[in-house]
Design a protein. Structure first.
Ligand SMILES: Nc1nc2c(ncn2[C@@H]2O[C@H](COP(=O)(O)OP(=O)(O)OP(=O)(O)O)[C@@H](O)[C@H]2O)c(=O)[nH]1
Ligand SMILES: [Mg+2]
Length: 223
């Protein structure tokens, strides 16, 4: 796949774009979702940040996270043109329990998700992985590396997160565009490989939220 960001700083889609796909960027509180979408987006990302309050400190665990003063209260949105013909729309979805209802809308039409994880609080990723499984959305996991966070061998992280052997596991720095792009490409390649795989006896896996049996990203004419 041509992994170069195709429209650096561009506002409008390239005329060559033929396929658009919606992907989610999910993870627990303060794992770096807003940072990730912001690093990657070629348009000014849509953010819904609000200042955190004392009341929020009781439910959102800030241990080990310095200098964070805002939190996402609805979603992040950004756009990445991954190749001449493929554009990705990224939706950052908060992972806290209180946002579960928002997921009904967020998951609609999504092809898959990138789960951001933090090795200091791996167990907090279970809620979002459970939600994705409930919604039938395939996902890859990207460990977002924070300063001072323990670096475990891949096998240990897989085991701790109880990942299937085929689930991609990558590391990234959400502040870095190239690193974040690599993580996204790992997800896209995984989704493409799943769709290219021979269909089982039950037929091709339907795209969640899409028309039944429609196993390819929906095609969209250039805007
Ligand atoms: N060291 C380091 N810090 C990061 C990284 N990614 C994000 N941060 C910082 O971690 C904090 C949380 O990042 P956010 O992007 O706000 O996380 P979030 O998941 O969107 O947070 P909520 O929306 O509140 O759940 C911010 O202060 C970021 O600057 C990273 O890869 N490394
Ligand atoms: Mg956020």
């Amino acid at each position: 796949m041509d992994s170069a960001l195709a429209s650096d700083g561009a506002l409008y889609l390239r005329r060559s774009v033929r396929t658009a796909a919606k992907l989610l960027v999910v993870g627990h509180f303060a794992v770096g979702k807003t940072t990730f979408v912001g690093s990657l987006s070629e348009i000014r990302p849509l953010r819904t940040e609000e200042t955190m309050t004392q009341a929020g400190a009781l439910v959102d665990d800030l241990a080990g996270i310095d200098g964070k003063t805002t939190t996402t209260v609805a979603m992040d949105f950004g756009r990445v043109t991954l190749s001449d013909s493929l554009v990705l729309y990224l939706f950052g979805a908060p992972g806290q329990q209180r946002f579960t209802r928002l997921w009904q809308d967020m998951t609609h039409g999504a092809l898959g998700a990138l789960v951001l994880a933090d090795t200091r609080r791996l167990e907090q990723s279970f809620d979002v992985m459970g939600l994705l499984e409930e919604h039938g959305l395939p996902y890859a996991v990207a460990v977002n590396h924070f300063d001072g966070a323990p670096a475990h061998p891949e096998e240990e992280i897989r085991e701790a997160l109880d990942l299937l052997p085929e689930t991609p596991l990558i590391t990234c720095d959400a502040r870095d565009r190239i690193s974040s792009t690599r993580a996204l490409i790992a997800l896209v390649e995984y989704l493409q490989a799943r769709q290219a795989a021979p269909a089982g006896p039950a037929g091709p896996a339907p795209v969640p939220g899409g028309p039944a049996g429609h196993a390819a990203p929906y095609a969209q004419e250039p805007v």
